[in-house]
Design a protein around this ligand. Structure first.
Ligand SMILES: Nc1nc2c(c(=O)[nH]1)N[C@H]1C(S)=C(S)[C@@H](COP(=O)(O)O)O[C@H]1N2
Ligand SMILES: [Mo]
Length: 316
């Protein structure tokens, strides 16, 4: 496979994201007017403060809280992807050249219309840019301009049955090309899950790119999940299978170490990991530490998903 340099082309899905941005800006204005009429503050758009219609130039743009983007170099160079290696600085080199074409994602389980999508089918879903904070459970964090589309749109297309309560995701199993999968101490393939309402939430993204480029293998090419209010291990990479299921899925981490990496994994500075505090985090590219934000700063959008927010159960 000879990849075309992203700098040489403007893929169709980036043009589409521009159109989407204009729509989002219009919606935001309408939303603000409506809320002002009711005497309430508008909820900030999670798409950040980039100019409508533009993918931020390198080093420009912020998230909706004004946080600078993490550099492209760091996003590409520092990655967690245990299928390649446990060393975040070594993933990019080992994943270089990992073939992600052709690629299919089979969506099925408790649905009316099971369907297998080629990656080009997924790129036909209208793509938009989303600037999200990414918070690893190991207390490092980044601010990343993704592009992709809400998972809810894919799920609506397959028509979940009323018996479906959770969504189960699976990463590719390819030990010949993923050296970490030869390590039998993990129950490969990587599996993650969400409750159906979490999966349908508008913040939950299927990402196909970042910084205006297609995803690189180390970041989960060609398609990965991004769930910004949860610890990063929920945001499963290089997905080949999505199933609607009735029971809570057994994720790789639930099987391996449920006490430390549970199903819910919602970010909370007040609930320490069994082996370290979550009160602060290290933003890659910055000196010093920052305070961790409750639900990673997305509480206005997602707190209502969880009754009894004080219960510690939601956080591991
Ligand atoms: N398949 C798979 N997905 C994965 C991982 C992994 O090891 N394998 N690591 C997770 C962890 S721990 C984090 S923090 C994020 C990191 O995403 P990034 O490297 O693109 O920043 O990916 C998550 N998705
Ligand atoms: Mo992580």
């Amino acid at each position: 496979m000879v990849p075309i340099k992203s700098s040489e082309i403007t893929p169709e899905h980036i043009y589409l994201s521009r159109r989407k941005f204009l729509q989002a800006a219009g919606l935001l204005a309408a939303n603000a007017a409506l809320l002002a009429a009711c005497g309430r503050q508008p909820v900030p758009l999670s798409t950040g403060t980039t100019t409508p219609g533009a993918v931020p130039a390198l080093g420009e743009g912020t998230d909706e809280l004004g946080n600078a983007l993490t550099s492209l170099e760091s996003v590409l160079g520092y990655a967690n992807y245990y299928e390649f290696t446990l060393n975040p600085n070594g993933v990019a080199r080992l994943a270089q050249g990992f073939s992600t074409s052709p690629w299919q994602v089979a969506v099925g389980g408790l649905v009316n219309q099971p369907k297998t999508f080629d990656i080009d089918d997924l790129r036909k879903f209208e793509q938009e840019e989303r600037i999200y904070r990414m918070r690893c459970v190991e207390a490092w964090a980044m601010v990343i301009p993704w592009f992709g589309f809400p998972l809810s749109r894919l799920l609506k297309e397959v028509e979940p049955l009323s018996t479906a309560k959770y969504v189960r995701f699976e990463t590719i199993y390819d030990p010949d090309n993923m050296p970490g999968q030869k390590d039998r101490s993990f129950p490969w393939p990587y599996v993650e899950g969400l409750r159906l309402d979490e999966a349908l939430h508008d913040l939950t993204l299927l990402a196909t790119g970042l910084y205006g480029q297609d995803l690189q293998p180390q970041n989960g090419a060609p398609v990965r999940l991004v769930v910004p209010w949860k610890y990063g291990f929920k945001s499963i990479k290089s997905i080949v299978k999505i199933d609607l299921v009735e029971e809570m899925p057994q994720s790789l981490w639930l099987v391996t170490n449920p006490r430390e990496y549970g199903f819910w994994a919602n970010v909370n500075p007040k609930v320490p990991h069994p082996r370290w505090s979550q009160a602060t985090e290290r933003r890659i590219g910055e000196n010093g530490r920052r305070e961790t934000l409750f639900l990673n700063g997305y509480a206005d959008e997602v707190a209502s998903l969880y009754p009894d927010l004080d219960s510690r159960d939601w956080y591991y």
